[in-house]
Structure formats: C-alpha cells, structure tokens
Write a protein that binds this ligand. Structure first.
Ligand SMILES: NC(=O)c1ccc[n+]([C@@H]2O[C@H](COP(=O)([O-])OP(=O)(O)OC[C@H]3O[C@@H](n4cnc5c(N)ncnc54)[C@H](OP(=O)(O)O)[C@@H]3O)[C@@H](O)[C@H]2O)c1
Length: 242
C-alpha cells in the first residue's frame, strides 16, 4: 500500500532533504512550507527524478492552516502514515533579556504547533491503527547552554511531550520518534534572531558574541542535512511495530 508522509518546514535544510529522501524511499510526500514560492528547487528535483512530491502551503503557527492542510491531504490520499514535525527556528538572548512574549513566540512554533499538528493527525492514525510521528528535537533538547534558553526550553519541552506520547500511542500501533541532531549545515543560523532587549544592552554582549560566532563556525563545519534525513528513514524502519 502507498505510504503517505507529511513534512513541515520543507523549504530548506532538514525538511527539504527529508522530503526528498522520503519520496525517494517510496512515500507519497506532502512537502509543506509557509511560502510555496520557496518550493521551486524541490519541485525541479522531484520532476527530474519522477518523485511523488506535492508542495503545499502550511504555516504551523496558524491553526486554520494546519486544519486545511490535513483536510487537503485526506481528500487526496485518505491516509497519513508519517508526520515529520520539523519546522522550527532559534531565538538568541539570555534569560534576563528574552521577554516572556518572546519565549511564547519561540514556543509557538517549536512546541505548541507540534501539539496542534499531532492533535489533527492522531484521529487519522488511530483509525488506521498505524503511523509514525517524528519530532525533530536537538542535542539542545538534552543539554542546556547559554544565550539560547528559549530555544533550548522549547526542545526540552518537546522531549517530554514525545516521551509521554510514545507510551500513550503504543496500544494504537503508532510510534513516536525523537531525532536529536547536533550542528547541521542549514539556514538555521542565518539570520540570527536576537531578543529585542539583547540588541540594546551590553550586559551579556561578550558571551553572546562568543556563543553566536562559535555556533556559526561549527555550522560551517556541520553535518549535512541529508544525514539527518537518512537517520529519520532508518529510525522509521527500525521502529515499525506492525
Ligand atoms: N541546523 C541545526 O544545527 C539543527 C540542530 C538541531 C535541530 N535542528 C532543528 O531542525 C529543524 C529544521 O531546522 P534546519 O536546521 O533545517 O533550519 P532551516 O533550514 O532554517 O529550516 C527551518 C524550516 O522551518 C520552517 N519554519 C519556521 N517557522 C515556520 C512556521 N511557522 N511554519 C512553517 N514552517 C516554518 C522554515 O521555513 P521558512 O523558509 O519559511 O523560514 C524552514 O523551512 C528545526 O526544528 C531545528 O530546531 C537544527
């Protein structure tokens, strides 16, 4: 039976490579992005290789957008076998400098949106009695480091969510997988999104400059996103319980 995948944040980096890798592996892949004009390269490769990829608009911060996307997929394919929650971004700044509203904005995409995606897709997977949910966490979901507490907290929260969900969904034949990449060569660090207060204060300037230049340097020597995409496929195959 044809397997159907939904990937968020497919416009670049890990989401782009994962959409390609899944389609190459035989999945009918819905590669979603908030600005579909960024999908040209993916479409070009897809046509060249005769892959089954549909590019559709999805802004994971918007509930309506999530509902419409899932509805469109169900109208077209009547099933969803794999959800890859990949869309995310990083906010930089110390705990003192990141406002609570900024923390919330970071959590909106990296955490609450994932809950919305899962809640929308779960009734479908439960009915199928099968499915895989892959959440892209990070090494930052396991270890804290300075000047990115909002990002790190959002990934720690995602780890807790995923571990709880895994137990809840086992009886329904649905797997929950966490992927924890290290530093990957993507657009993630460009541009650096700094908390507003951090732009206008010098208190944490030294450490901020050091941390940001350090991660940018590591990113240049980082792992290719294709390695993460291949790891996702390997994890899904190892995790199949039926
Ligand atoms: N790069 C790393 O070193 C690294 C390490 C560990 C984990 N990760 C995680 O890997 C995931 C992918 O990041 P990446 O490294 O591939 O960076 P990237 O190239 O910047 O890709 C991020 C993707 O998320 C999308 N996105 C952001 N907000 C969105 C929203 N509201 N709705 C829909 N899409 C949205 C972006 O879309 P636009 O093009 O529209 O902005 C883009 O497609 C993230 O969850 C990140 O936390 C990255």
């Amino acid at each position: 039976m044809e397997k159907v995948a939904l990937v968020t944040g497919s416009s670049s980096g890990i989401g782009f490579e994962t959409s390609l890798a899944l389609a190459r592996d035989g999945f009918y892949t819905f590669a979603t992005m908030r600005d579909v004009s960024k999908g040209d390269k993916l479409m070009e490769i897809s046509k060249k290789e005769n892959l089954m990829i549909d590019i559709i608009e999805l802004d994971v911060d918007k509930e309506d957008s999530i509902k419409n996307t899932v509805q469109n997929i169900m109208e077209k394919k009547q099933r969803i076998d794999l959800l890859v929650n990949n869309a995310g971004w990083g906010l930089w700044g110390s705990v003192e400098d990141v406002s609570v509203d900024e923390f919330k904005t970071q959590f909106e995409t990296n955490f609450f949106a994932i809950i919305r995606m899962i809640q929308e897709v779960l009734p479908i997977m439960r009915k199928q009695n099968s499915g895989n949910i892959v959440n892209i966490s990070s090494v930052a979901g396991r270890i804290g480091f300075p000047i990115s507490p909002a990002y790190i907290s959002s990934k720690f929260a995602l780890e807790g969510l995923s571990e709880s969900l895994r137990f809840e969904l086992m009886p329904f034949g649905i797997n929950v997988i966490i992927i924890e990449p290290g530093v990957i060569k993507t657009n993630f660090f460009e541009p650096i999104k700094l908390a507003k207060k951090a732009e206008n204060t010098d208190v944490y300037k030294d450490i901020t400059t050091k941390v940001i230049s350090g991660v940018k340097m590591m990113a240049q020597m980082g792992t290719e996103p294709k390695v993460v995409a291949d790891t996702i496929i390997q994890a899904i195959k190892e995790e199949i319980i039926r």
